[in-house]
Design a protein. Structure first.
Length: 182
């Protein structure tokens, strides 16, 4: 990342190995894990494998969400499955610190990460999958520009029941630039 993407209260910085303990703690918390499709216990080995095989190979970009005041990480955001041929990638986010949820940080982060995805990565389309009952996340995604594209009934089996998934996406604001500059 050439420069930090920031607003008045938060900034994004690249994730490092030093962030591993925070990532593990957050991903294993019930409040975060229940909104993920992948819900198995998250270990140091899994996270380091993710860094080595996905982040370090350019298949994903992962950033830490940090508060400007105190320079404290509070969550993480990523674009995964980056497809250079089709100029797209999948968005994901979690606010790890419970006291920071519900304050509009997720919406602000999505806008910053989309700016990065379209500006730096030159993507044309960023998409996401969200559990259909996660209404707070859906509202946040819509505020940041994502639109619903599909409703997948009984798409995943979690906690002994089938759950619906909503696919959402946003296109680059200047579509010609996203393709010409890649």
């Amino acid at each position: 990342m050439k420069n930090r993407y920031a607003d008045e209260t938060i900034y994004l910085r690249p994730m490092t190995y030093e962030d591993t303990e925070d990532i593990i703690r957050w991903r294993n918390s019930d409040k975060v894990r229940t909104h993920f499709i992948y819900r198995q216990p998250f270990t140091r080995e899994i996270h380091e494998n993710w860094i080595e095989n996905v982040i370090n190979t350019g298949k994903a970009i992962q950033m830490m969400i940090c508060e400007k005041e105190g320079d404290k990480p509070i969550g993480s955001v990523y674009i995964r499955d980056i497809d250079a041929v089709h100029h797209k990638g999948e968005y994901g986010i979690f606010i790890g610190e419970e006291s920071k949820r519900g304050h509009g940080i997720g919406t602000a982060v999505a806008k910053l990460m989309l700016e990065y995805a379209f500006g730096e990565l030159k993507l044309h389309r960023v998409y996401l999958r969200v559990l259909a009952d996660n209404l707070q996340a859906i509202a946040s995604y819509e505020k940041s520009g994502f639109v619903k594209e599909a409703y997948l009934k009984d798409d995943v089996y979690l906690d002994g029941r089938y759950c619906h998934i909503i696919l959402m996406a946003v296109l680059a604001p200047n579509e010609e630039n996203a393709i010409e500059n890649s």
